[in-house]
Design a protein around this ligand. Structure first.
Ligand code: BTN
Length: 230
């Protein structure tokens, strides 16, 4: 494994698309000028306030790649749980604490490489996190002080571990479910501008969220919907 630190980059995910392939290469930037979130959103990337990291792996077979977001979500969660055990997951791959998002994951399975981007709010103040599309917090706000370099190492090691599970087919979605309190609860779904509620029943083997709505079973695809629960 190789961990490279950059002063500034547009996006660590984009950086890993441009360079020749090297398996298990991780890049961390002090700041990003064009940090990307899921579903076309931007990711707040002020200097030294967050972990902005991406890892490079061999591409996964499309059948296995649908679970990548879930598995990498567990990998990041487990790194953060070493500080405090009240972090949890929100499907498909956000890390939450106290009803607020602290970390997000952006996996991109391309034809010649798999890139996984991880953003963790480390020392943002609540004021700096205001105005985002979701309620957000940082490790510092939650009373955790940590060194970004050490966190980068821990997260990278866990990403390797969970990538291996994905490749071997041993990642079990039940592990994700066990950290996902929205399972079994009423959730609100936003899909193409429409909003509806239903009960989250679980996650299937392909990573879809199973939802019961008006007595019907729906399978929700992570790229198409956004889900909230209270
Ligand atoms: C999300 O929307 O929850 C995913 C956020 C992913 C952000 C990280 S920061 C490092 C990497 N580079 C990017 O441009 N995005 C990811």
């Amino acid at each position: 494994m190789e961990l490279v630190f950059l002063e500034e980059v547009d996006s660590t995910n984009e950086y890993l698309k441009r360079i020749p392939f090297r398996s298990n290469l991780f890049v961390v930037a002090r700041r990003q000028t064009g940090g990307k979130g899921r579903r076309g959103k931007s990711w707040l990337s002020l200097p030294d306030k967050g972990l902005y990291l991406s890892g490079l792996f061999e591409p996964l077979h499309p059948k296995k790649s649908s679970l990548a977001g879930l598995a990498f979500g567990v990998a990041v969660l487990r790194a953060l749980q070493e500080f405090k055990d009240d972090f949890y997951l929100k499907w498909p791959n956000d890390v939450y604490v106290n009803g607020k998002k602290v970390a997000g994951i952006l996996p991109e399975n391309l034809s010649d490489r798999l890139i996984v981007g991880v953003g963790v709010n480390v020392s943002y103040t609540l004021q700096e996190l205001q105005g985002l599309s979701h309620p957000a917090t940082s490790l510092l706000v939650e009373g955790i002080r940590c060194d970004i370099g050490e966190l980068a190492l821990k997260v990278s090691q866990n990403l390797i571990l969970y990538y291996e599970k994905l490749r071997e087919g041993t990642f079990d979605v039940k592990e994700f479910e066990s950290f996902c309190p929205m399972i079994g609860k009423e959730v609100t779904v936003l899909e193409n501008g429409f909003c509806y509620t239903g009960k989250a029943l679980g996650i299937d083997r392909e990573g879809y969220l199973l939802l019961e709505k008006d007595g019907e079973l729906k399978r929700l695809f992570s790229a198409e919907v956004s889900v909230r629960f209270n």
